[in-house]
Design a protein. Structure first.
Length: 216
């Protein structure tokens, strides 16, 4: 009987320890379930964020698609414009040939009236002129002395069928080298059929005058 009582006591003690372990295990399970709940909430938030990102990506792709279409249309329009300008340049070139003018002669013929109307520069005529700079001969397509608002000016010009920004920069350097030989304020000018946007930007920055054969 004594041994049985002892065995029952040990069994009761083991049972108590087992219940304590089970209790701790239940606490751990509760914490695990709580963590799983938070994880599920995080997964839901992540799913929502992914859905919003997918929606934003779809809208971005739609915008990019519209932009690509607009760019393609713009490129096509630009190509048509360039072709039209080239055809116009050819037609004007043929016209100048038909009336016996070279491009330089056309510049010298139209230049005085254009300069007076658009820039207030009065010159009696424009002519080809040769200078010597550092022992080298420098030819100027059109040259003319005149006035602007009472100030003596000297128009120094070059002729190009298509005028680009680099032509403007080159003329500025040439006029700068000729300035000591000029009897008045230098006025650099370029005459041509087609004026490229880069030339307009450079002209605004440097003060070079641009004269278009087919309009301002």
């Amino acid at each position: 009987v004594i041994r049985l009582d002892q065995a029952v006591a040990r069994l009761a003690e083991a049972q108590l320890k087992t219940e304590e372990r089970v209790g701790r295990l239940e606490e751990r399970m509760d914490r695990v379930e709580e963590r799983v709940g938070r994880l599920e909430e995080a997964v839901i938030c992540l799913d929502q964020a992914v859905a919003r990102l997918a929606e934003a990506q779809l809208k971005t792709e739609e915008r990019v698609g519209r932009l690509e279409e607009a760019t393609a249309r713009l490129a096509e329009a630009q190509l048509k414009t360039e072709r039209a300008v080239q055809e116009l340049a050819v037609q004007v070139g043929r016209l100048s040939d038909a009336v016996g003018f070279t491009l330089e002669e056309l510049a010298r013929e139209l230049g005085p009236a254009y300069l007076a109307q658009h820039y207030g520069i009065r010159v009696a005529s424009l002519e080809r002129r040769f200078f010597t700079v550092d022992s080298e001969e420098v030819e100027v397509d059109f040259f003319g002395e005149g006035t602007r608002d009472g100030e003596r000016v000297v128009v120094v010009g070059e002729v190009r069928s298509r005028i680009y920004g680099r032509d403007v920069e080159a003329l500025v350097r040439r006029v700068r080298s000729l300035a000591p030989q000029l009897a008045g304020t230098p006025v650099p000018a370029l005459f041509g059929f087609v004026i490229h946007p880069s030339a307009r930007e450079a002209a605004e920055r440097t003060g070079v005058l641009l004269i278009a054969a087919v309009g301002k």
